[in-house]
Ligand binder design. Structure first.
Ligand SMILES: CC(=O)N[C@H]1[C@@H](OP(=O)(O)OP(=O)(O)OC[C@H]2O[C@@H](n3ccc(=O)[nH]c3=O)[C@H](O)[C@@H]2O)O[C@H](CO)[C@@H](O)[C@@H]1O[C@H](C)C(=O)N[C@@H](C)C(=O)N[C@H](CCC(=O)O)C(=O)O
Ligand SMILES: Nc1ncnc2c1ncn2[C@@H]1O[C@H](COP(=O)(O)OP(=O)(O)OP(=O)(O)O)[C@@H](O)[C@H]1O
Length: 544
């Protein structure tokens, strides 16, 4: 494989000729090129493997056609692009020839041009799905959308597929998994060409069930147009990603696209909030409703939740009397919501509730561990690493840990640069309203000065801490600023008492911190373990 990145491609694909592609999609192409054989499709020059058709679309930062020379050098046998892209392909090739001299020049390839009336991203989806033989049809497909809980719910769906004896595939923020093959993911939902190649790989690997996260970006940018999910699920909606969607209404509208016949056959919607109720009402495919908060008002609901340090037991009930009692090892009521959604999706997709119940009893419940999601890295003091990176998730994560924290609850977190700036003070305020110690540090600053991001978070935290101090029952909240992040984690873990809880929020499974376009290694779990080890050594030295 010549790609810079690891990727999943099916070992065998039926080659299609350029003539076949141009005819199928009504694209003009020079006659002499019709016999050129295409063996793969990609939208990223860095991912090209020899024989690929390189689909060059207009992006937000550049036009893919600018990378045509790179794609050809890696073995692309054709380029599909729009009218502007055709000119850019020519520019890219002549610039590359000028730079390399005639001997290093890449040979021109057929360029298929998409008419102005056609959306190139939508065409990419349709083309990739057709090219790989509509691989989604070979799988039982589950798609999950919502602001929070997608990753967790897909891991739980994957576990349920395995409990039912089906080999599972997974696509989401943390990783992409086909049978035993695992790759770290670059996006939550991959671009259409990558997605269809992964689905074709799963079909080849004998995977029978797919659990996949479907982000709002993916829906808005046509990444999943080539899939009609057998079952889709909606977790919740709260403020996030407004740098992209601009308004919550537009964000909801993007999520809603999943609940239409073009994208899904059926769905399950958590209706514990106004947004979920709107999704259920406006869906144009049949949906079952699920509530965690209210019994009897929806098709399914959760009852008898018994929370514990190591997860919660709960009962899922249907209005027709069907029930299933099980447990999830993930802490917090919000994880009961994720577990109940996964169960309901599987049951609504046709699983027998009693057989499922027995399978779960045998395996000890829903014990899927999700990397960086409420991951307990230390027990005394308890140190939990979580991916909460918006106000709603942060509040719920802190609330989930409060009942089992005899001492003080500290939260260490920051906000990302260049993204949804409005959520920063809200996150600061939420943290100060719910934790005892708020430590504001850095997340991924991207291209923004880190101190500017921290200042916005601190504004919200300090205002809420002042409010807490003035309440009838005053609450003392310490608000600290410590950077960089590794130092914040180390200092807080070293200073914590044994009965305290430290929540390190926002980065979960991530292993790189991006500052000004440069990736620096940073894994919260590694930093926590190092701080815990330093703590142990300090205690030993003290005892000696
Ligand atoms: C807004 C957005 O989603 N942008 C994604 C989109 O970028 P774009 O279309 O603007 O592309 P571009 O960077 O202008 O480049 C134009 C074209 O040139 C191609 N190119 C570019 C460079 C190169 O060397 N060679 C090359 O061929 C690109 O593949 C692209 O087709 O397509 C790119 C290639 O697939 C993605 O890397 C990029 O994700 C950016 C980095 C991103 O941060 N996306 C986030 C916001 C995102 O998609 N997040 C969601 C949800 C997350 C969540 O719920 O928390 C997700 O699904 O991950
Ligand atoms: N059902 C839920 N409701 C609210 N918050 C949740 C829920 N499930 C998880 N969370 C919180 O959101 C964080 C992210 O969870 P998860 O990764 O499962 O969601 P996600 O939708 O995949 O997020 P992202 O798209 O950003 O990767 C968790 O670490 C937890 O703090």
């Amino acid at each position: 494989m010549t790609s810079e990145h690891d990727q999943m491609r099916p070992a065998s694909t039926s080659a299609r000729s350029v003539g076949e592609i141009s005819e199928r999609f009504g694209l003009a192409v020079p006659d002499a090129s019709e016999q050129v054989r295409v063996t793969g499709v990609t939208a990223s020059s860095a991912d090209v493997v020899p024989g690929d058709l390189f689909v060059a679309t207009q992006g937000f930062t550049s036009h893919g056609a600018r990378y045509a020379a790179d794609a050809l050098r890696r073995g692309a046998v054709g380029v599909l692009t729009d009218a502007r892209g055709r000119d850019l392909v020519a520019e890219s090739l002549s610039a590359s020839t000028a730079a390399a001299g005639i001997t290093g020049a890449v040979s021109p390839v057929p360029v298929l041009v998409v008419p102005d009336t056609v959306d190139s991203r939508a065409l990419l989806s349709e083309l990739a799905s057709w090219f790989y033989g509509e691989p989604a049809r070979a799988l039982l497909t589950f798609g999950v959308t919502g602001t929070n809980g997608k990753t967790t719910t897909t891991y739980l769906l994957d576990q349920l597929a395995r409990a039912q004896g089906r080999s599972g595939g997974l696509i989401g923020t943390v990783e992409t998994r086909s049978g035993d093959r695992v790759l770290p993911s670059r996006l939550t939902t991959p671009d259409a060409a990558t997605l269809q190649a992964v689905l074709a790989t799963m079909r080849e690997d004998g995977v029978r069930s797919l659990a996949m996260e479907v982000s709002s970006h993916a829906l808005a940018l046509h990444r999943v147009d080539g899939v009609v999910f057998d079952m889709v699920g909606f977790t919740n909606l709260s403020q996030d990603h407004l740098d992209f969607h601009e308004t919550l209404e537009a964000y909801l509208a993007a999520k809603m696209m999943l609940f239409a016949p073009e994208r899904a056959r059926r769905g399950v919607v958590v209706v514990d909030g106004p947004w979920g109720r709107r999704v259920a009402e406006a869906a144009t495919v049949p949906v079952a409703t699920l509530s965690i908060e209210e019994a009897g008002a929806s098709d399914w609901w959760v009852a008898d939740i018994v929370p514990a340090v190591d997860g919660s037991a709960f009962t899922l009930r249907h209005r027709d009397g069907r029930t299933l009692r099980t447990r999830t090892a993930l802490p917090g009521v919000f994880n009961v919501a994720n577990a109940a959604l996964a169960l309901t999706m599987v049951i609504e997709a046709g699983a027998d509730i009693d057989a499922l119940s027995q399978a779960l009893d045998r395996s000890g419940g829903m014990d899927a561990a999700v990397p960086g999601r409420m991951e307990v890295v230390g027990v005394s003091p308890r140190v939990v690493v979580d991916f909460a990176h918006n106000a709603d998730a942060l509040e719920l994560a802190i609330a989930a840990l409060r009942p089992t924290t005899p001492g003080r609850l500290t939260v260490v977190f920051g906000a990302t640069g260049d993204r949804d700036t409005g959520k920063r003070p809200i996150m600061g305020a939420v943290a100060a309203r719910t934790a005892d110690v708020v430590v504001v540090t850095d997340d991924d600053p991207h291209g923004e000065p880190a101190e500017q991001i921290r200042a916005a978070v601190l504004d919200g935290a300090r205002a809420a801490a002042a409010d807490a101090a003035g309440e009838p029952c005053p609450r003392v909240v310490d608000v600290l600023e410590i950077a960089p992040r590794a130092r914040a984690i180390r200092e807080i873990v070293l200073a914590a008492h044994e009965d305290d809880t430290v929540l390190v929020a926002g980065r979960g499974h991530e292993v790189w911190q991006e500052i000004d376009g440069v990736n620096h290694p940073l894994d919260d779990r590694v930093e926590v373990r190092a701080a815990l080890a330093a703590r142990t050594n300090k205690t030993k030295e003290h005892d000696e």
